[in-house]
Design a protein around this ligand. Structure first.
Ligand SMILES: [Zn+2]
Length: 108
């Protein structure tokens, strides 16, 4: 008999606010780097494609800011659609996710 079997590894249901902030911080920094890289490559041209690229990066950054606000009001990690907890695995991949996979699929 192994004692290890009776002691399952502790696996938190949710990310702590601290962890979530760190991930979002990291995500925001990489978007900022991305935006700077696009602007550097742009050389002042107002290319439509480049503008679209910048818009999509800015949109994600807005989502990240919204996620920071959700940490503050305590709703982070809860689906805005069905109010069920968003699985931590999803938040690891997409720290600014505002809804669970099922709701995301439904609205996509
Ligand atoms: Zn949902």
């Amino acid at each position: 008999m192994s004692l290890a079997l009776s002691r399952p590894e502790p696996r938190p249901e949710r990310l702590t606010a601290h962890e979530a902030r760190q991930r979002l911080e990291h995500e925001r920094n990489s978007r900022l780097t991305q935006l700077n890289a696009i602007e550097e490559a742009e050389h002042g041209t107002a290319d439509h494609f480049v503008t679209a690229q910048k818009d999509s990066v800015r949109r994600v950054m807005k989502e990240i800011d919204a996620a920071f606000a959700r940490i503050d009001d305590g709703s982070y990690g809860t689906c805005t659609d069905c109010s069920r907890p968003i699985p931590p695995e999803r938040l690891e991949i997409l720290p600014h996710a505002r809804c669970c996979v099922a709701c995301q699929r439904r609205t996509a």
